[in-house]
Design a protein around this ligand. Structure first.
Ligand SMILES: *[C@@H]1O[C@H](CO)[C@@H](O)[C@H](O)[C@H]1NC(C)=O
Ligand SMILES: *[C@@H]1O[C@H](CO)[C@@H](O)[C@H](O)[C@H]1NC(C)=O
Ligand SMILES: *[C@@H]1O[C@H](CO)[C@@H](O)[C@H](O)[C@H]1NC(C)=O
Length: 373
């Protein structure tokens, strides 16, 4: 029946129009990372990068590829948010340089209105408690020997201090400062919905991480294993701190990545959305050497692609571009007056999720909806 076909086509065209209609804005792939193309009242870009394992060169490559840094490795991301999900150490040689890079970029980003969010992975905590099974001799040599390495990692050293002040186990990141903002959760491994200290999220997890790390990094540090015997978690570790570090905690658990049954994983994702209100749960830890993995309509995203030369995987970054646009086109009189966001007004919320690879961008998800601010 032609009329029905026509209606279906018209509806599809209208849906497409709604999806792609951004008055005056160039396609996102052409837009510079931090600009506010015409019509958008608010724009936030976020980039997340997974496990780096001592590969400073690939770390810098990925940052440049995602346009967070320029040719000289200075922050070029403007007000972008950059999240690194831990495991910068072990397997490779240049962990120290990677931590130095985060230290510098954190200030540069801050000065430009952006933000660097650093997380601890299981390998950072392993190094803290003296489990040095994956530390290479080249890394120790590069660090000036075991004693210097331990000193810098301790509460007396720059890196120990930096970890305690500027790193956490988990991060809750809203995509705008407004109450309607979708939020993302980041941790190194998978967040388990039945983890005992899930809520209040992420404070309960981060408080335990901080106390465990303080215990581990307060001199004298555990003698490195090997060659010494493994000494386990530091003396005085509480049951809750031990739970944080065990196989079901956010540093080690892989459930959202390695359980094959989508119904189970999507059930967990839904439970997490209900318990902690996050739209997407994002982590590293379980590598896929081809691509960034997304499941359950991208409510679960795994960003470890084995970036380090120790794995020889692919360079990758996750990009999220979040915009709010007034539903009506701005006045066409050529003025560039910024739109003032007003509570109670309607906006088109657009959340574009991309994987960035050396070969280009690949769309993971696009969600467009009308919201009231
Ligand atoms: C935390 O990070 C900022 C920015 O890099 C730095 O200035 C500050 O010294 C760091 N804190 C510690 C204790 O290292
Ligand atoms: C994913 O989105 C589609 C279309 O909106 C919906 O039908 C489906 O139920 C969603 N799946 C999950 C696991 O949320
Ligand atoms: C353009 O339109 C805006 C909003 O209607 C108005 O405030 C502004 O004065 C206009 N500018 C010019 C040059 O006409």
């Amino acid at each position: 029946m032609p009329t029905r076909l026509f209606l279906v086509l018209a509806a599809a065209a209208a849906a497409l129009l709604l999806l792609f209609w951004r008055p005056g804005a160039p396609p996102a792939s052409e837009a510079p990372p931090s600009s506010s193309p015409g019509g958008e009242a608010f724009r936030q870009r976020l980039v997340a990068i997974g496990d780096l394992h001592g590969d400073i060169d690939n770390a810098k490559r990925v940052l440049r590829m995602a346009r967070l840094t320029d040719k000289t490795d200075r922050w070029a991301g403007g007000n972008d948010i950059f999240v690194q999900t831990g495991d910068c150490v072990d397997r490779g040689t240049f962990a120290r340089e990677i931590y130095e890079l985060w230290y510098r970029l954190r200030s540069e980003a801050h000065a430009a209105g952006g933000r660097v969010i650093n997380l601890l992975g299981n390998h950072e905590v392993m190094n803290a408690i003296g489990d040095w099974r994956y530390v290479t001799q080249a890394d120790i040599k590069h660090w000036g020997g075991v004693d210097n390495r331990q000193h810098e990692l301790s509460t007396d050293g720059w890196l120990g201090k930096d970890w305690l002040a500027n790193y956490s186990i988990s991060a809750l990141v809203p995509l705008s400062p407004f109450p309607s903002a979708p939020t993302l959760s980041f941790q190194h491994g998978s967040l388990r919905p039945s983890f005992p200290n899930l809520t209040p999220y992420p404070d309960a997890i981060n408080r335990l991480g901080h106390s465990l790390l303080t215990r581990a990094l307060t001199p004298p540090l555990a003698k490195p294993y090997p060659p010494n015997p493994y000494s386990g978690l530091p003396a005085g570790t509480t049951r809750e701190e031990a739970e944080l570090y065990d196989g079901g905690g956010p540093l080690w658990w892989r459930g959202l990545a390695d359980v094959e049954d989508d119904r189970i994983v999507c059930g967990w994702a839904k439970e997490l959305q209900e318990k902690i209100g996050v739209r997407r749960v994002i982590g590293g830890h379980t590598p896929d050497f081809d691509k960034i993995v997304h499941r359950c309509n991208a409510s679960v995203i795994i960003i470890d692609t084995g970036i380090s030369y120790a794995y020889g995987g692919v360079l990758s970054a996750l990009e999220i571009i979040y915009t709010l646009t007034p539903p009506f086109a701005p006045p066409a009189n050529g003025t560039d007056e910024p739109h003032v966001l007003r509570a109670g007004e309607k906006y088109i919320e657009r959340e574009e999720v991309n994987a960035i690879y050396p070969t280009g961008k690949k769309r993971i998800a696009l969600e467009v909806r009308q919201i009231v601010l």
